[in-house]
Ligand binder design. Structure first.
Ligand SMILES: *Cc1c(COP(=O)(O)O)cnc(C)c1O
Length: 408
Protein backbone atom coordinates (compact mmCIF):
# COMPACT_ATOMS: atom_id res chain seq x y z
CA UNK A 1 0.00 0.00 0.00
CA UNK A 2 1.29 3.46 -0.88
CA UNK A 3 0.93 6.68 1.09
CA UNK A 4 -2.00 8.60 -0.38
CA UNK A 5 -3.93 5.45 -1.29
CA UNK A 6 -4.29 4.03 2.24
CA UNK A 7 -7.22 5.34 4.30
CA UNK A 8 -6.95 4.26 7.97
CA UNK A 9 -10.56 5.24 8.70
CA UNK A 10 -11.86 2.93 5.95
CA UNK A 11 -9.46 0.14 6.85
CA UNK A 12 -10.47 0.23 10.50
CA UNK A 13 -14.18 0.30 9.67
CA UNK A 14 -13.81 -2.69 7.35
CA UNK A 15 -11.99 -4.68 10.04
CA UNK A 16 -14.75 -4.00 12.57
CA UNK A 17 -17.61 -5.41 10.54
CA UNK A 18 -17.96 -8.49 12.74
CA UNK A 19 -20.95 -9.92 14.60
CA UNK A 20 -21.13 -11.40 18.06
CA UNK A 21 -21.93 -15.08 18.59
CA UNK A 22 -25.68 -14.39 18.82
CA UNK A 23 -25.76 -11.74 16.12
CA UNK A 24 -24.95 -8.93 18.55
CA UNK A 25 -23.65 -5.72 17.02
CA UNK A 26 -20.56 -6.06 19.19
CA UNK A 27 -18.08 -8.91 19.28
CA UNK A 28 -18.26 -11.36 22.16
CA UNK A 29 -15.64 -11.65 24.84
CA UNK A 30 -13.90 -15.02 24.87
CA UNK A 31 -12.87 -15.12 28.51
CA UNK A 32 -11.67 -18.74 28.60
CA UNK A 33 -8.06 -19.26 29.55
CA UNK A 34 -7.97 -22.74 28.08
CA UNK A 35 -9.47 -24.33 24.97
CA UNK A 36 -10.67 -27.84 24.22
CA UNK A 37 -9.47 -30.09 21.47
CA UNK A 38 -12.01 -32.45 19.95
CA UNK A 39 -9.59 -35.37 19.75
CA UNK A 40 -6.64 -36.15 22.00
CA UNK A 41 -4.32 -36.57 19.04
CA UNK A 42 -4.74 -32.90 18.08
CA UNK A 43 -3.07 -31.55 21.22
CA UNK A 44 0.48 -32.30 20.00
CA UNK A 45 -0.31 -30.41 16.76
CA UNK A 46 -1.10 -27.29 18.79
CA UNK A 47 2.12 -27.53 20.78
CA UNK A 48 4.18 -28.14 17.65
CA UNK A 49 2.61 -25.14 15.91
CA UNK A 50 1.04 -27.24 13.11
CA UNK A 51 -2.32 -25.85 14.20
CA UNK A 52 -2.53 -22.25 15.36
CA UNK A 53 -4.66 -19.19 16.01
CA UNK A 54 -4.63 -18.21 12.32
CA UNK A 55 -6.50 -21.47 11.64
CA UNK A 56 -8.94 -20.80 14.48
CA UNK A 57 -7.21 -23.20 16.90
CA UNK A 58 -6.42 -21.85 20.35
CA UNK A 59 -4.35 -23.37 23.12
CA UNK A 60 -4.05 -21.27 26.25
CA UNK A 61 -4.94 -17.70 27.28
CA UNK A 62 -1.37 -16.42 27.64
CA UNK A 63 -0.75 -17.68 24.14
CA UNK A 64 -3.28 -16.37 21.59
CA UNK A 65 -6.76 -15.45 22.85
CA UNK A 66 -9.47 -14.92 20.18
CA UNK A 67 -10.76 -11.60 21.57
CA UNK A 68 -7.29 -10.15 22.04
CA UNK A 69 -6.32 -11.40 18.58
CA UNK A 70 -9.40 -9.71 17.11
CA UNK A 71 -8.30 -6.41 18.63
CA UNK A 72 -4.82 -7.10 17.26
CA UNK A 73 -6.33 -7.53 13.79
CA UNK A 74 -8.33 -4.29 14.11
CA UNK A 75 -5.23 -2.34 15.13
CA UNK A 76 -3.24 -4.03 12.37
CA UNK A 77 -5.88 -2.84 9.89
CA UNK A 78 -5.54 0.69 11.27
CA UNK A 79 -1.75 0.53 10.93
CA UNK A 80 -1.66 -1.39 7.63
CA UNK A 81 0.42 -4.26 9.01
CA UNK A 82 -0.14 -7.96 8.36
CA UNK A 83 -1.21 -8.69 11.91
CA UNK A 84 -0.64 -7.76 15.55
CA UNK A 85 -1.14 -8.73 19.16
CA UNK A 86 -1.89 -6.78 22.31
CA UNK A 87 0.00 -6.34 25.54
CA UNK A 88 -0.73 -5.32 29.11
CA UNK A 89 0.81 -1.86 28.55
CA UNK A 90 2.62 0.26 26.01
CA UNK A 91 5.97 -0.30 27.70
CA UNK A 92 5.35 -4.07 27.57
CA UNK A 93 4.84 -3.78 23.81
CA UNK A 94 8.14 -1.92 23.46
CA UNK A 95 10.07 -4.22 25.82
CA UNK A 96 8.86 -7.43 24.17
CA UNK A 97 9.50 -6.11 20.65
CA UNK A 98 13.08 -5.13 21.54
CA UNK A 99 13.77 -8.37 23.42
CA UNK A 100 12.44 -10.41 20.49
CA UNK A 101 14.62 -8.59 17.99
CA UNK A 102 17.80 -8.41 20.07
CA UNK A 103 19.91 -11.08 21.72
CA UNK A 104 22.47 -10.54 24.46
CA UNK A 105 25.28 -8.44 22.96
CA UNK A 106 23.11 -6.84 20.29
CA UNK A 107 22.72 -3.11 19.84
CA UNK A 108 19.92 -0.57 19.36
CA UNK A 109 20.12 2.91 17.85
CA UNK A 110 17.39 5.16 19.26
CA UNK A 111 16.33 8.74 18.95
CA UNK A 112 17.31 10.75 21.99
CA UNK A 113 13.85 12.35 22.13
CA UNK A 114 11.63 9.53 23.34
CA UNK A 115 9.28 8.80 26.23
CA UNK A 116 11.20 8.74 29.55
CA UNK A 117 10.16 5.17 30.36
CA UNK A 118 11.47 3.91 27.01
CA UNK A 119 14.67 5.92 27.55
CA UNK A 120 15.18 4.19 30.91
CA UNK A 121 14.34 0.76 29.45
CA UNK A 122 16.86 1.13 26.61
CA UNK A 123 19.51 3.15 28.41
CA UNK A 124 19.53 1.54 31.86
CA UNK A 125 17.44 -1.61 32.23
CA UNK A 126 18.27 -3.59 29.08
CA UNK A 127 22.06 -3.03 29.20
CA UNK A 128 22.16 -4.19 32.81
CA UNK A 129 19.69 -7.06 32.68
CA UNK A 130 20.06 -8.33 29.13
CA UNK A 131 23.34 -6.99 27.74
CA UNK A 132 21.53 -5.05 25.01
CA UNK A 133 23.19 -1.65 24.50
CA UNK A 134 21.57 1.46 23.06
CA UNK A 135 23.19 4.48 21.44
CA UNK A 136 20.98 7.58 21.63
CA UNK A 137 21.25 10.03 18.76
CA UNK A 138 19.44 13.14 17.63
CA UNK A 139 16.49 11.72 15.65
CA UNK A 140 16.72 14.36 12.93
CA UNK A 141 20.47 13.91 12.38
CA UNK A 142 20.55 11.10 9.81
CA UNK A 143 24.34 11.13 9.49
CA UNK A 144 24.73 10.64 13.24
CA UNK A 145 22.14 7.84 13.14
CA UNK A 146 23.94 6.02 10.32
CA UNK A 147 27.28 6.51 12.11
CA UNK A 148 25.91 5.00 15.33
CA UNK A 149 25.24 1.63 13.68
CA UNK A 150 27.55 -1.26 14.56
CA UNK A 151 27.63 -4.75 13.13
CA UNK A 152 25.49 -5.79 16.12
CA UNK A 153 22.74 -3.18 15.55
CA UNK A 154 19.42 -4.95 15.15
CA UNK A 155 16.93 -2.14 15.78
CA UNK A 156 16.46 1.52 14.97
CA UNK A 157 13.87 2.89 17.40
CA UNK A 158 12.00 6.20 17.02
CA UNK A 159 8.70 7.84 17.89
CA UNK A 160 6.68 9.26 14.96
CA UNK A 161 6.29 12.48 16.90
CA UNK A 162 8.64 12.63 19.83
CA UNK A 163 7.62 12.94 23.45
CA UNK A 164 7.68 15.76 24.53
CA UNK A 165 9.64 17.78 21.96
CA UNK A 166 7.28 17.03 19.03
CA UNK A 167 10.16 16.37 16.68
CA UNK A 168 8.93 14.59 13.53
CA UNK A 169 10.74 11.42 12.40
CA UNK A 170 11.49 11.14 8.67
CA UNK A 171 10.28 7.55 8.52
CA UNK A 172 11.23 6.82 4.91
CA UNK A 173 14.80 8.04 5.39
CA UNK A 174 15.13 6.14 8.67
CA UNK A 175 13.76 2.92 7.14
CA UNK A 176 16.35 3.24 4.38
CA UNK A 177 19.18 3.59 6.90
CA UNK A 178 17.93 0.66 9.01
CA UNK A 179 17.28 -1.67 6.07
CA UNK A 180 20.61 -0.81 4.46
CA UNK A 181 22.30 -2.16 7.59
CA UNK A 182 20.05 -5.21 7.94
CA UNK A 183 18.24 -3.75 10.96
CA UNK A 184 14.55 -3.38 11.75
CA UNK A 185 12.79 -0.01 12.08
CA UNK A 186 10.55 -0.02 15.18
CA UNK A 187 8.24 3.00 15.45
CA UNK A 188 6.25 4.05 18.52
CA UNK A 189 3.13 5.63 16.99
CA UNK A 190 1.37 6.42 20.29
CA UNK A 191 1.09 10.16 19.51
CA UNK A 192 -0.21 9.67 15.97
CA UNK A 193 -2.89 6.96 15.62
CA UNK A 194 -4.92 7.57 12.42
CA UNK A 195 -2.72 10.60 11.65
CA UNK A 196 0.39 8.80 10.41
CA UNK A 197 0.75 5.19 9.22
CA UNK A 198 4.45 4.35 9.73
CA UNK A 199 4.26 1.03 7.82
CA UNK A 200 3.57 3.01 4.61
CA UNK A 201 7.05 4.50 4.93
CA UNK A 202 8.87 1.27 5.71
CA UNK A 203 8.44 0.72 9.47
CA UNK A 204 8.70 -3.02 10.15
CA UNK A 205 7.20 -3.05 13.63
CA UNK A 206 4.75 -0.47 15.01
CA UNK A 207 4.14 -0.28 18.74
CA UNK A 208 1.43 1.59 20.61
CA UNK A 209 0.48 2.55 24.09
CA UNK A 210 -3.29 2.05 23.95
CA UNK A 211 -3.45 3.93 27.26
CA UNK A 212 -3.47 7.27 25.43
CA UNK A 213 -5.50 8.37 22.36
CA UNK A 214 -6.66 4.90 21.35
CA UNK A 215 -8.39 4.40 24.70
CA UNK A 216 -9.34 8.06 25.07
CA UNK A 217 -10.79 7.93 28.59
CA UNK A 218 -7.63 7.54 30.70
CA UNK A 219 -9.19 4.53 32.38
CA UNK A 220 -7.20 1.54 31.15
CA UNK A 221 -3.65 0.48 30.35
CA UNK A 222 -2.74 -1.48 27.24
CA UNK A 223 -0.34 -1.77 24.35
CA UNK A 224 0.05 -3.36 20.93
CA UNK A 225 2.81 -4.80 18.76
CA UNK A 226 1.94 -4.71 15.07
CA UNK A 227 3.96 -6.21 12.25
CA UNK A 228 4.37 -9.25 10.06
CA UNK A 229 2.68 -12.59 10.75
CA UNK A 230 6.12 -14.13 11.14
CA UNK A 231 7.14 -11.59 13.80
CA UNK A 232 3.95 -12.00 15.85
CA UNK A 233 4.38 -15.79 15.69
CA UNK A 234 7.94 -15.38 16.97
CA UNK A 235 6.64 -13.29 19.91
CA UNK A 236 4.38 -16.20 20.82
CA UNK A 237 6.86 -19.02 20.23
CA UNK A 238 6.61 -21.51 23.10
CA UNK A 239 10.41 -21.72 23.42
CA UNK A 240 11.73 -18.28 22.50
CA UNK A 241 8.75 -15.88 22.40
CA UNK A 242 9.15 -12.74 24.56
CA UNK A 243 5.40 -12.23 24.82
CA UNK A 244 4.71 -15.89 25.59
CA UNK A 245 7.51 -16.33 28.10
CA UNK A 246 7.61 -12.98 29.87
CA UNK A 247 3.82 -13.02 29.80
CA UNK A 248 2.65 -9.38 29.52
CA UNK A 249 -0.30 -10.26 27.28
CA UNK A 250 -3.59 -8.38 27.40
CA UNK A 251 -6.66 -9.68 29.21
CA UNK A 252 -9.60 -10.38 26.83
CA UNK A 253 -11.99 -8.22 28.88
CA UNK A 254 -9.66 -5.30 28.34
CA UNK A 255 -9.35 -6.09 24.63
CA UNK A 256 -13.13 -5.80 24.37
CA UNK A 257 -13.07 -2.41 26.15
CA UNK A 258 -10.39 -1.06 23.81
CA UNK A 259 -12.18 -2.39 20.73
CA UNK A 260 -15.32 -0.47 21.76
CA UNK A 261 -13.36 2.83 21.60
CA UNK A 262 -12.04 2.30 18.06
CA UNK A 263 -15.13 3.45 16.11
CA UNK A 264 -14.79 7.00 17.49
CA UNK A 265 -10.98 7.16 17.52
CA UNK A 266 -10.78 9.16 14.26
CA UNK A 267 -13.52 11.56 15.36
CA UNK A 268 -11.74 12.21 18.63
CA UNK A 269 -8.33 12.63 17.01
CA UNK A 270 -9.76 15.11 14.47
CA UNK A 271 -11.31 17.22 17.24
CA UNK A 272 -8.16 17.10 19.41
CA UNK A 273 -6.27 18.29 16.31
CA UNK A 274 -8.73 21.04 15.38
CA UNK A 275 -8.60 22.57 18.84
CA UNK A 276 -4.85 22.18 19.25
CA UNK A 277 -4.27 23.97 15.93
CA UNK A 278 -6.62 26.80 16.92
CA UNK A 279 -4.96 27.34 20.31
CA UNK A 280 -1.42 26.97 18.90
CA UNK A 281 -2.15 29.47 16.12
CA UNK A 282 -3.42 32.07 18.60
CA UNK A 283 -0.48 31.46 20.95
CA UNK A 284 1.90 32.01 18.06
CA UNK A 285 0.14 35.26 17.11
CA UNK A 286 0.54 36.36 20.70
CA UNK A 287 4.28 35.63 20.53
CA UNK A 288 4.31 32.71 23.00
CA UNK A 289 7.03 30.06 22.47
CA UNK A 290 4.65 27.37 21.27
CA UNK A 291 5.63 24.19 19.42
CA UNK A 292 3.02 22.44 17.30
CA UNK A 293 3.67 20.46 14.10
CA UNK A 294 0.67 22.13 12.43
CA UNK A 295 2.36 25.55 12.56
CA UNK A 296 4.29 26.49 9.41
CA UNK A 297 7.16 27.63 11.66
CA UNK A 298 7.67 24.11 13.10
CA UNK A 299 11.05 22.89 11.74
CA UNK A 300 9.53 19.68 10.30
CA UNK A 301 6.13 21.06 9.32
CA UNK A 302 6.53 20.08 5.65
CA UNK A 303 7.73 16.60 6.55
CA UNK A 304 4.77 16.16 8.91
CA UNK A 305 2.43 17.26 6.13
CA UNK A 306 3.98 14.75 3.71
CA UNK A 307 3.59 11.89 6.18
CA UNK A 308 0.04 12.72 7.33
CA UNK A 309 -3.05 10.85 6.26
CA UNK A 310 -5.49 13.49 5.01
CA UNK A 311 -8.32 14.96 7.04
CA UNK A 312 -7.30 14.44 10.69
CA UNK A 313 -5.11 17.46 11.32
CA UNK A 314 -1.76 17.49 13.12
CA UNK A 315 -2.64 15.84 16.42
CA UNK A 316 -3.55 16.95 19.91
CA UNK A 317 -0.12 17.58 21.44
CA UNK A 318 1.58 20.95 21.79
CA UNK A 319 4.18 22.44 24.09
CA UNK A 320 4.70 25.91 25.52
CA UNK A 321 8.10 26.95 26.83
CA UNK A 322 7.75 29.33 29.76
CA UNK A 323 11.52 29.63 30.20
CA UNK A 324 11.63 28.60 33.85
CA UNK A 325 10.23 25.88 36.06
CA UNK A 326 8.64 28.46 38.41
CA UNK A 327 6.67 30.04 35.61
CA UNK A 328 5.65 26.67 34.19
CA UNK A 329 4.35 25.56 37.60
CA UNK A 330 2.53 28.88 38.17
CA UNK A 331 0.85 28.64 34.76
CA UNK A 332 -0.33 25.07 35.36
CA UNK A 333 -1.54 25.90 38.90
CA UNK A 334 -3.59 28.77 37.52
CA UNK A 335 -4.92 26.79 34.58
CA UNK A 336 -6.13 23.93 36.76
CA UNK A 337 -7.19 25.64 39.98
CA UNK A 338 -8.38 29.08 38.84
CA UNK A 339 -9.41 28.76 35.23
CA UNK A 340 -10.43 25.09 34.96
CA UNK A 341 -8.61 24.83 31.64
CA UNK A 342 -7.43 21.27 32.27
CA UNK A 343 -5.70 18.94 34.70
CA UNK A 344 -2.11 18.79 35.86
CA UNK A 345 -1.49 15.15 35.08
CA UNK A 346 0.80 13.03 32.96
CA UNK A 347 -0.53 10.95 30.07
CA UNK A 348 -2.37 12.21 27.00
CA UNK A 349 -5.25 11.62 24.63
CA UNK A 350 -7.91 12.26 27.29
CA UNK A 351 -11.16 14.17 26.64
CA UNK A 352 -9.95 16.91 29.02
CA UNK A 353 -6.72 18.82 28.54
CA UNK A 354 -3.80 17.26 30.45
CA UNK A 355 -0.64 19.23 31.16
CA UNK A 356 2.71 18.46 32.72
CA UNK A 357 6.17 19.97 32.94
CA UNK A 358 8.09 17.24 31.12
CA UNK A 359 11.55 17.82 32.64
CA UNK A 360 10.25 17.14 36.16
CA UNK A 361 7.72 14.43 35.24
CA UNK A 362 7.52 12.12 32.21
CA UNK A 363 11.11 12.86 31.16
CA UNK A 364 12.62 12.96 34.68
CA UNK A 365 14.36 9.64 33.91
CA UNK A 366 16.77 11.69 31.78
CA UNK A 367 19.79 13.35 33.42
CA UNK A 368 20.16 17.16 33.26
CA UNK A 369 22.65 16.73 30.43
CA UNK A 370 20.34 14.38 28.52
CA UNK A 371 17.42 16.78 29.06
CA UNK A 372 19.46 19.63 27.62
CA UNK A 373 20.58 17.54 24.64
CA UNK A 374 16.99 16.44 24.01
CA UNK A 375 15.83 20.07 24.11
CA UNK A 376 13.57 19.62 27.14
CA UNK A 377 13.88 22.86 29.09
CA UNK A 378 12.75 23.23 32.72
CA UNK A 379 9.90 25.56 31.66
CA UNK A 380 8.53 23.26 28.95
CA UNK A 381 4.85 22.46 29.49
CA UNK A 382 3.40 19.64 27.40
CA UNK A 383 -0.30 19.90 26.73
CA UNK A 384 -2.59 17.23 25.39
CA UNK A 385 -5.49 19.37 24.22
CA UNK A 386 -8.93 18.03 25.13
CA UNK A 387 -12.23 18.52 23.37
CA UNK A 388 -14.77 19.20 26.14
CA UNK A 389 -16.51 22.55 26.66
CA UNK A 390 -16.27 25.60 24.45
CA UNK A 391 -12.95 26.15 22.74
CA UNK A 392 -13.46 29.93 23.01
CA UNK A 393 -13.82 29.61 26.81
CA UNK A 394 -10.64 27.53 26.88
CA UNK A 395 -8.78 30.13 24.87
CA UNK A 396 -9.93 32.92 27.23
CA UNK A 397 -8.71 30.84 30.17
CA UNK A 398 -5.32 30.16 28.60
CA UNK A 399 -4.84 33.77 27.57
CA UNK A 400 -5.79 35.06 31.03
CA UNK A 401 -3.46 32.63 32.83
CA UNK A 402 -0.56 33.51 30.50
CA UNK A 403 -1.09 37.21 31.20
CA UNK A 404 -1.09 36.49 34.95
CA UNK A 405 2.28 34.69 34.84
CA UNK A 406 3.80 37.23 32.45
CA UNK A 407 4.96 34.84 29.76
CA UNK A 408 7.29 37.23 27.90
C1 LIG B 1 2.79 6.43 27.60
C2 LIG B 1 3.74 6.10 26.54
C3 LIG B 1 4.36 4.86 26.52
C4 LIG B 1 4.15 3.80 27.59
O1 LIG B 1 2.85 3.32 27.58
P1 LIG B 1 2.14 2.64 28.86
O2 LIG B 1 0.82 2.21 28.33
O3 LIG B 1 2.06 3.69 29.93
O4 LIG B 1 2.99 1.50 29.29
C5 LIG B 1 5.21 4.57 25.46
N1 LIG B 1 5.44 5.49 24.49
C6 LIG B 1 4.86 6.70 24.50
C7 LIG B 1 5.15 7.65 23.38
C8 LIG B 1 3.99 7.06 25.52
O5 LIG B 1 3.43 8.27 25.52
Amino acid sequence: MKHGTFDPVRALAASKHTFGEHGGVNMDIEASTTFTVMAAARMPDLFAGRLDADQGCFLYGRHFNPTVYTLGHELAALENTETGYCTASGIAAIATAILQLCDHGDHVVASRAIYGGTHALLGEFLPKKAGIQTTFVRGTDHNAIAAAFTDRTRVLFVETLSNPTLEVADLQALAKIAHGRGAVLVVDNTFCPVLVTPSLFGADVVVHSLTKFVNGASDLIGGAVLGSRDFVRRLMDLHTGALMLLGPTMDPRLAFEVSMRLPHLALRVAEHSRRALLLATRLEELGVAVTYPGLARHPQHDLMRRQLNPGQGFGGLMTIDLGSRERAYRLMDLLQNQHRFGFMAVSLGYAETLMSASASSTSSELSDDELRKAGIGPGLVRMSIGFTGSVEDRWQALHAALNEVGWK
